[in-house]
Ligand binder design. Structure first.
Ligand SMILES: [Zn+2]
Length: 561
C-alpha cells in the first residue's frame, strides 16, 4: 500500500491499514491492539509504542494520547498518526525519541470515536457531534432545516436569503464579507444566513434548524461531575455509558503506569488544562505550578497559549462543561492531562490578540476582512465560495456559498495539515520524559557473620516529577509507594525485614525553587533504602524487585559471598 501522508485525511479503513502497516514496519517498537468496539462495532485501535528490548510497556512510565472523539475533528487523528510515524522513523536517530522509547511508553489511540468521522468522508457529508448512536431519542426529526448539500457540489455551505429584517449586510469595503447591520439601521439590503439544506414540514413562515438525532457528546460522558440531559445536553444516560468512552476509561484505569495524557481536538489553537469547572485556586498549589510549567513548555514549543478552561475557555461565562477527559484524568487519577485544540484560523490570518471562544460572540468587523484577506492570499481563495443563485424548492430564489467551514475552520486545509501537526511531537516527548522513573542505585550483600548477610537495596527516582505525580493523586490515594520484594532461594531465610515492603513515595525535582541559596538543601528525598538480614549459603543468588505503579520496575540480584 502507499505510504501514509499528512496532507490528506483518512477514513477508518485507510487509517486502520496505515496503522497496522506502521506496526509491521517496526514490531520491536509498536504493537497495535483493539481496546474495544464502537457502537457500530468498529475496532478502537491503540498503538503501544516502546522499545521492547528495554522492557515491556507496562513496566515503564507511559503517556496516553487520543484523538477525534468529536466526529468532525479529523486532524486530531492526523496529529496522533504523525507523532506515531515520527517515533518509529526517528528512533535511533533522534536522541530524545530514542531515550524516550528506551525508558518510557506511549499508548496512542488515533481515533477514539471511529463511527462519527465516517459521515464526514461520505459522498454527501454530514456532521454529527460525536457518536452515531441516536440519543436521547431514536427517531428522525420531523420538522426544521436539515443541513445537507442541495446544489450537489459536495459541500454544505450557507444559504443567503434577502430579508428586510435580516441580521447581515455586505461590508462596504468587501461585499463578500458579511457583517451585522447597526442596531438602529434600516433601509439597506439585508440578508438572513442559514446552513445549506432542505426544510421538513415547512409552514411557509417559521424557520428552525434540526438538531441531529445523534445527540451524544462523548466528551461529556467521562465519570467526572457527570450531569443529566436536563443539566447538560448529550452526556449520555450515565457516566461511561458509551462504548468508546468505556474503552478509554477501562484501558486507562487498568494501566496505572500512565503518568499523563493529551486528547487532541479542534479548533482554536490552544492548550487547555483542568479544571473546566473550578477556579485555579482550588488546585493544590504544587499541581497548579506544575500545570503552568508544562503549559509554558507547550506554549514555547507549539506557539499555542496554555489556558485554564474555567478561566479562559467557556462557551458562556455562566456555564461550565463537565464529564470531560482531562478533568477526569487529573481529578480522579491525579495525572497531568490536557486537551489540545488544533488549528487557529484567526491566528493564521494574523489576528493574534483574540479570546478563543469569546471571539465568536463578539469581534470587530475588521477581523472578518482580515480573514477574507487570508483566504485570498494564503488559501488561494478556496476557503470562501462565491454566492451562487439557487432556486430553493421551499424558500424560492436565494444564494448558496460563503465560508467553507469544513475546509478552512474546523480542520487545517490539507496543504497546512502536516505543518500544524508537526508542532506537537516535541511537547509530547517532553511530557513523557518528565515522568517519574525508578532506577537502581545499588543492591549489596554484606557478610555479618558466618552464613549471615545484610542486604541493602537503594533505588532512586530519576524523573522530574515525584513518583506520585500530583498532590491530587495523594489526596485520592491513586497510587501507593515503591514496593520492594525480596526473593529467597531454597536454603536462604529472612531474619529481619519483610519480603514485601512499601518504601513510600520518592520526590522529584519539580518543586525545586529557582534560588540556589537561602533555604536550599538538596536532600535525598528522591531515594529510598530497604534492608534485610538473611541467612544463607555462600554462592547463592538473591533477587530483588522494586516497582512503583507510575515509575516503573527495577530488578537486581546479588551473590552471597
Ligand atoms: Zn472537540
Amino acid at each position: 500500500m502507499s505510504e501514509m501522508r499528512f496532507d490528506t485525511y483518512y477514513a477508518y479503513d485507510d487509517l486502520t491499514r496505515h496503522l497496522h502497516a506502521l506496526a509491521a514496519k517496526r514490531p520491536d517498537l509498536v504493537s497495535v491492539e483493539s481496546i474495544g468496539a464502537s457502537y457500530e462495532n468498529r475496532n478502537i485501535w491503540c498503538a503501544t509504542v516502546t522499545n521492547s528490548a528495554t522492557g515491556p510497556a507496562d513496566e515503564k512510565p507511559a503517556f496516553w494520547i487520543d484523538g477525534n472523539i468529536h466526529a468532525t475533528e479529523v486532524s486530531a487523528s492526523t496529529a496522533c498518526l504523525y507523532f506515531l510515524h515520527k517515533l518509529i522513523t526517528r528512533y535511533g536517530i533522534d536522541e530524545q525519541i530514542t531515550r524516550c522509547l528506551d525508558t518510557r511508553a506511549f499508548y496512542i489511540v488515533p481515533r477514539l470515536n471511529p463511527d462519527g468521522p465516517e459521515l464526514i468522508f461520505a459522498d454527501n457529508p454530514r456532521a454529527v457531534r460525536s457518536s452515531v448512536r441516536p440519543y436521547p431519542f431514536d427517531e428522525e426529526p420531523i420538522e426544521g432545516l436539515r443541513p445537507t448539500d442541495i446544489d450537489g457540489n459536495g459541500r454544505v455551505l450557507s444559504m443567503r436569503i434577502p430579508d428586510p429584517l435580516g441580521v447581515w449586510k455586505e461590508h462596504a469595503d468587501d461585499p463578500r464579507v458579511m457583517v451585522r447591520r447597526d442596531a438602529d439601521e434600516v433601509g439597506g439590503r439585508y440578508f438572513r444566513l442559514l446552513p445549506e439544506g432542505l426544510i421538513e414540514n415547512y409552514d411557509g413562515v417559521t424557520l428552525t434548524v434540526q438538531h441531529s438525532k445523534e445527540g451524544l457528546d462523548l466528551n461529556r460522558n467521562y465519570p467526572i461531575e457527570w450531569r443529566t440531559e436536563g443539566e447538560q445536553h448529550g452526556a449520555g444516560p450515565f457516566p461511561t455509558s458509551e462504548p468508546e468512552v468505556r474503552a478509554a476509561v477501562e484501558f486507562i484505569t487498568s494501566h496505572p503506569n500512565i503518568t499523563g495524557g493529551v486528547a487532541f481536538h479542534t479548533f482554536s489553537g490552544v492548550l487547555l488544562r483542568p479544571y473546566g469547572t473550578h477556579a485555579d485556586d482550588t488546585l493544590p498549589a504544587e499541581d497548579l505550578w506544575t500545570f503552568q510549567a508544562i503549559g509554558a513548555k507547550g506554549k514555547a514549543i507549539t506557539g499555542y497559549p496554555d489556558i485554564s478552561v474555567f478561566h479562559d475557555f467557556k462557551y458562556h461565562p455562566k456555564e461550565v462543561i463537565t464529564g470531560v477527559f482531562d478533568d477526569w484524568l487529573y481529578d480522579h487519577l491525579g495525572v497531568y492531562a490536557w486537551t489540545v485544540e488544533i488549528w487557529s484560523p484567526q491566528r493564521q490570518a494574523g489576528i493574534t490578540e483574540y479570546k478563543y471562544i469569546d471571539w465568536f460572540r463578539e469581534h470587530p468587523d475588521a477581523d472578518e476582512l482580515t480573514l477574507m484577506k487570508w483566504n485570498d492570499e494564503k488559501l488561494g481563495g478556496k476557503g470562501w465560495v462565491a454566492w451562487q443563485p439557487f432556486d430553493h424548492p421551499q424558500l424560492g430564489p436565494l444564494e448558496i456559498g460563503g465560508w467553507d467551514n469544513r475546509h478552512c475552520f474546523r480542520n487545517p486545509p490539507p496543504e497546512f495539515l502536516e505543518k500544524e501537526v508537526a508542532l506537537f511531537p516535541e511537547w509530547l516527548l517532553w511530557q513523557a520524559l518528565i515522568s517519574p522513573r525508578l532506577t537502581l542505585h545499588s543492591f549489596e550483600a554484606t557478610p555479618l557473620s558466618e552464613g549471615v548477610w545484610r542486604l541493602r537495596l537503594v533505588v532512586d527516582n530519576e524523573g522530574w516529577l515525584p513518583t506520585y505525580v500530583t498532590k491530587k493523586a495523594l489526596e485520592r490515594k491513586a497510587c501507593r509507594g515503591v514496593i520492594a520484594e525480596l526473593e529467597l532461594p531454597e536454603g536462604a531465610a529472612l531474619q529481619t525485614g519483610k519480603t514485601r515492603t512499601d518504601l513510600g513515595q520518592l520526590e522529584g525535582r519539580a518543586y525545586q525553587s529557582a534560588a540556589g541559596f537561602g533555604w536550599v538543601a538538596d536532600t535525598t528525598s528522591h531515594r529510598a533504602k530497604a534492608e534485610w538480614v538473611v541467612t544463607g549459603v555462600a554462592g547463592q543468588t538473591l533477587r530483588v524487585k522494586a516497582r512503583h505503579d507510575r515509575a516503573g520496575v527495577v530488578r537486581a540480584e546479588v551473590v552471597l559471598a
